[in-house]
Design a protein. Structure first.
Length: 855
């Protein structure tokens, strides 16, 4: 069924109208209003054919079918609260409980109050207070949170600085906000290379560790020498400034007041059943979504958990933190949460109550996957620009949906869906989303003209023009349809395409440039990729792509760097001369060519070779390519931060560890391998008995597939010389015996299963198909696999064209793409030992690397 279908039937001198409609958008009253509109327009055609429809008010406009919506008010509609007052009111009965946790460091609520008061006093003594802005190095540390709260107590606003950004970005922010003081929890020497204004002073936590003076007692004057009077903040005072992408190439600062963030935080009490007892904050504190993870728990007596600074993009670390601290809430990009579900083991995520996803479109498949694993954990999609203080809409995501909306308005907010002429769109008709309410910020720092354009007064209420194209249905649910301009979202970050194009055009090699957001699908997952199309300075296709990317990395943040570059003779244009972006978008993402160089490592050291081979398998799987050499560059292959995180998580499942950021400084396998750490220590004893299911295993059983034994993966190996099937059988069984997951079975029924590792696994069958074809060999091996009773692995030998090939099949419950590299390596060791008459000894590996499927 279409959303709405009109039927007209001529009956003599009359025309009969009927409407078939989707209940997802309309109810019976709304459908009748639509018919009234059509009847009204037909009457205009007959009686006033020269009149424009836009001169008249349609019946639906007064019947409630327009797209102007408002939500119920919050408890503080006038915005009198401040962030400081909300934090003070939230101090729990036991102030010794943790307010912030990071690594082995803990900041109790009492410590947070005492230290932040000391910082506020110290800043006031230095003349810093209301009307000032103080930069903060947002290293993930408990002391950073104390510094931020201390700045707020002083009356000043804080400006978060992520020092991983390019120097040009940091320098611009410091100058634009007129910053003369930077606070840091790191040693001050870490900022020696910072390109900063001459007047900038850097202070560490210890420089501000002064004991706070007492507040005025009854009968004392504020001016008494030994008394400190806290600044009298109002809701209109700025709390912080967040910098976002700007079309000029320079970021623009959004000024967020205490009333704005107090409203955004208080509105959560109306939207969620319970506040977060413990929140894992994944985002950098320079990113606006961090305001959820920081201020929601700290205004409700909860605990904030910060990842270790050097593991801030380590999914395995996130899983450990959730389990260790009994985390109840977290917020992530959907693409990041998808990887978390890949990696989580056993009941690591069992304490979660609510998972928020935001920053990019949430795939339908992720919703079904989530609820296939966790029927009792809420999954919420949140939406909102920085200019409306993090959020304005939310959608409670449920299984078996047909779409993912941005949701309904939060309490206290209101919105319009607006046509180009400023009128309200009817329900179901896309228009620009305007958002109003206490979350709407004051505008952009020092950019009065842009503020006047982006923030408008409508019917006496201030509203922000988002530039997002949406529609809204009768139930008040909003759906996203794109942008009315060239701004895009990439991995949660807003990117002005003009800014990236301007950076490209600063390169002397580039005469013309256009950047578009295209999509690619790898292993069933769709992701957005910035693609740069450039015309060489001489009009041809001769440019040094490496030097172009090197220049971009100096001036642009990582998320703004294109994932692919296409060199062309000319850019497509429309008849009016404007750039034809749609044509460029339809070209998609150029698929990186598989390397023509050898994929297997050629280094002589066997340990190094094994690491490089495992990395190559991980790169190919994450990038969707068939081959990669040790010298291929990660960037040239289309890599980005999410791909790096996925590779790091995948190779960790086979006992190798590195941080995703390592890839960005060591961008080839040859350069990265020396920085990879083998996990574990002494050989672990072989375990037996029940083992916790991985997240993907729980997902598999939750779907109760009709043919569960047909979810297999396989690899073909070409043997250097003929080997008897009996030796292959013994070698493969030795590998199965060595790896617990391969020698396990799955016991249970319906959707309730457990993985059980046996002391003596079922004999691994290896068939000999003689001179048959590969399809026959694959069928023989696949049909032998039985997830309930074993085996999970089977093989078949095939003689073809004068050589011998060996097919190995394994159930997807126990292997993934990366695990195959370890299995094949172990198989080679076992075959070599048996052929030479030696005993098979796979215990030289530090740990059994195949623990279960992770993709």
């Amino acid at each position: 069924i279409f959303d709405a279908t009109f039927f007209a039937q001529v009956r003599g001198n009359n025309v009969g109208l009927s409407l078939e409609y989707s209940g997802r958008f309309l109810d019976a009253d709304g459908a009748n209003l639509l018919l009234d509109d059509v009847e009204f327009i037909l009457a205009l055609i007959v009686h006033s054919p020269q009149s424009g429809v836009d001169r008249f008010e349609l019946p639906s406009a007064s019947g409630g079918l327009n797209a102007c919506q408002a939500a119920p008010q919050t408890d503080d509609p006038k915005g009198s609260s401040t962030l400081v007052s909300l934090i003070d009111a939230a101090i729990p009965a036991d102030p010794a409980v943790a307010a912030v946790l990071s690594g082995s460091d803990q900041l109790s609520w009492q410590d947070l109050e005492v230290r932040s008061l000391a910082i506020g006093v110290a800043l006031n003594r230095r003349g810093v207070g209301r009307g000032h802005m103080v930069a903060v190095d947002v290293v993930r540390d408990v002391s950073t949170v104390a510094l931020i709260v201390g700045i707020l107590r002083s009356g000043a606003a804080y400006v978060p600085l992520d020092l991983s950004y390019p120097e040009a970005h940091i320098s611009y922010v410091l100058n634009d906000a007129n910053i003369d003081l930077l606070l840091t929890a790191r040693p001050k020497a870490a900022h020696n290379q910072l390109s900063a204004p001459p007047a900038l002073k850097i202070l560490g936590s210890n420089d501000l560790a002064e004991a706070p003076l007492t507040a005025p007692a009854q009968g004392q004057a504020d001016g008494d020498a030994d008394v400190w009077a806290p600044p009298r903040l109002t809701g209109e005072d700025p709390a912080y400034v967040i910098y976002t992408s700007g079309s000029s190439g320079n970021p623009k600062g959004v000024v967020v007041s205490h009333a704005n963030i107090a409203f955004a935080t208080e509105a959560r009490r109306h939207s969620y059943d319970a506040p977060p007892a413990c929140f894992l904050m994944v985002s950098s504190m320079s990113f606006d979504s961090s305001m959820v993870g920081l201020w929601w728990p700290l205004t409700s007596g909860g605990t904030v958990v910060l990842p270790d600074e050097d593991r801030s993009d380590d999914i395995v670390h996130f899983c450990d933190l959730i389990a260790r601290h009994s985390v109840t809430h977290t917020l992530m990009l959907p693409s990041l949460y998808d990887i978390l579900l890949d990696v989580a083991q056993g009941d690591q995520l069992a304490t979660l109550e609510t998972v928020l996803v935001a920053g990019e479109a949430c795939p339908l498949g992720l919703i079904d996957r989530h609820y296939g694993l966790f029927s009792n954990i809420s999954l919420i999609n949140e939406y909102g620009p920085t200019e409306t203080t993090v959020w304005s809409h939310r959608a409670v995501l449920t299984p078996n949906r047909t779409d993912v909306p941005i949701g309904e308005l939060i309490a206290g907010a209101h919105a319009r869906v607006v046509a180009p002429d400023g009128s309200d769109r009817p329900l179901g008709v896309p228009g620009e989303l305007w958002i109003g309410g206490p979350g709407v910020t004051a505008g952009y720092l020092g950019l009065d003209d842009l503020t006047a354009t982006s923030f408008v007064v409508n019917a006496g209420r201030r509203m922000y023009r988002t530039g997002d194209l949406v529609d809204v249905d009768q139930a008040g649910t909003y759906r996203f349809h794109g942008r009315i301009d060239d701004q895009v979202k990439i991995r949660g970050h807003r990117v002005e395409l003009d800014a990236v194009e301007a950076a490209l055009l600063r390169d002397d090699q580039v005469r013309d440039a256009a950047v578009v957001l295209a999509t690619r699908t790898i292993n069933g997952r769709t992701q957005g990729v910035l693609v740069a199309h450039v015309v060489g300075a001489n009009g041809g296709q001769s440019v040094d792509e490496t030097s172009i990317f090197d220049a971009l990395r100096v001036s642009l943040a990582e998320h703004m760097i294109p994932g692919a570059l296409v060199v062309t003779d000319q850019l497509p244009r429309l008849p009016n001369g404007k750039l034809d972006r749609r044509t460029l978008e339809e070209l998609g993402v150029p698929k990186p060519a598989s390397s023509t160089k050898p994929s297997e490592s050629t280094v002589s050291d066997p340990e190094q070779r094994a690491v490089e081979d495992a990395l190559a398998v991980g790169w190919c799987a994450a990038l969707g390519i068939g081959n990669v050499s040790r010298d291929d560059d990660f960037y040239d292959l289309g890599g980005d931060s999410i791909v790096a995180i996925r590779i790091a998580a995948a190779v960790r499942s086979v006992g190798l560890s590195f941080t995703p950021r390592d890839i960005f400084t060591h961008s080839t396998i040859a350069d990265l391998a020396p920085h990879v750490v083998r996990l574990g220590g002494p050989v672990e004893p072989r375990r037996s008995g029940p083992m916790p299911l991985t997240a993907i295993q729980r997902w598999f059983f939750a779907h109760d597939f009709k043919q569960p034994n047909r979810w297999n993966q396989g690899v073909w190996l070409t043997l250097a010389e003929p080997i008897p099937a009996s030796i292959l059988r013994e070698a493969l069984h030795a590998v199965v015996r060595h790896h617990e997951a391969l020698s396990s079975v799955f016991a249970g029924s319906g959707t309730n299963f457990e993985q059980v590792v046996g002391d003596d696994p079922v004999v691994t069958p290896v068939f000999d198909s003689g001179f048959g074809d590969r399809k026959v060999a694959e069928t023989m091996a696949n049909q032998a696999i039985d997830m309930r009773s074993g085996p999970q692995v089977a093989g078949c030998v095939l003689d073809e064209h004068g050589s011998q090939s060996f097919f190995i099949s394994a159930h997807h419950l126990v292997v993934d793409a990366v695990a195959w590299s370890i299995i094949v390596e172990d198989l080679g060791s076992a075959i070599s030992a048996l052929v030479s008459g030696a005993d098979v000894d796979l215990a030289k590996r530090q740990t059994s690397a195949v623990h279960g499927s992770s993709t």
